[in-house]
Write a protein that binds this ligand. Structure first.
Ligand code: ITT
Length: 190
């Protein structure tokens, strides 16, 4: 069984990575367990930052590494916060939710989408990147306690409940991250 490093310091993402990776039959170690440093995310695109994170972990560990860069884009904010989603919230998600809902209300524009760029990097510097997107709408008020980050605010198309209410079984089938992992799985099988 080959080993892969999961290069994330976000516990919510780590949990999803573990369940999405399980069917692929990898032995998994997280960058936290190895004490790998968090590189600075200096790119302004999802694939650019995913590549920075995956390459840093692969080079530091000498093992293949997987990283994702992801975020929520809000139509009423012209696609922001997008790649800056973590910085936009700055740890205060209730305040970020309020700003997003206010913008959606003001514009009467509720569309939103999550993007995930998933990068698999090898220690020799080779990388492959897969992009997943999930479209939906902003909830009129935060809904549900599950998941992490912006999950209570996002209702995926075809559903009436937020990611936080739908829970892992559904989210891991339909999410932006699940879609990027499906592409990775297809590439590994090819
Ligand atoms: P790592 O870089 O260590 O992986 P991070 O949280 O800093 O952790 P990002 O730079 O990719 O990761 O920021 C992504 C942010 O977008 C994340 O902190 C959440 O606020 C949000 N986000 C991404 N995917 C999400 C999801 O599935 N559900 C809710 N929020 C999500």
């Amino acid at each position: 069984m080959s080993r892969v490093i999961i290069a994330t310091h976000n516990p919510g993402k780590l949990k999803e990575f573990l369940s999405l990776l399980a069917p692929l039959g990898y032995a998994v170690t997280s960058s936290g367990e190895l004490g790998l440093p968090e590189p600075e995310e200096t790119a302004d695109t999802f694939p650019g930052n995913a590549r920075i994170k995956a390459l840093a972990a692969a080079r530091a560990s000498g093992l293949p590494a997987l990283a994702d860069d992801s975020g929520l884009s809000v139509a009423a904010l012209g696609g922001a916060p997008g790649v800056f989603s973590a910085r936009f919230a700055a740890g205060d998600y209730p305040a970020a939710f309020a700003r997003i809902i206010e913008a959606a209300q003001a514009a009467d524009e509720w569309r939103a989408w999550f993007t995930c760029a998933l990068c698999l990097a090898q220690p020799d510097g080779t990388t492959a990147t897969y992009i997943g997107q999930a479209h939906g709408r902003i909830a009129p008020a935060p809904q549900g306690l599950g998941g992490f980050g912006y999950d209570p605010l996002f209702i995926p198309n075809g559903y009436e409940q937020s990611y936080a209410e739908l829970g892992h079984a559904v989210k891991d089938r339909i999410s932006h991250r699940a879609q990027a992992f499906a592409q990775l799985a297809a590439a590994l099988k090819a």
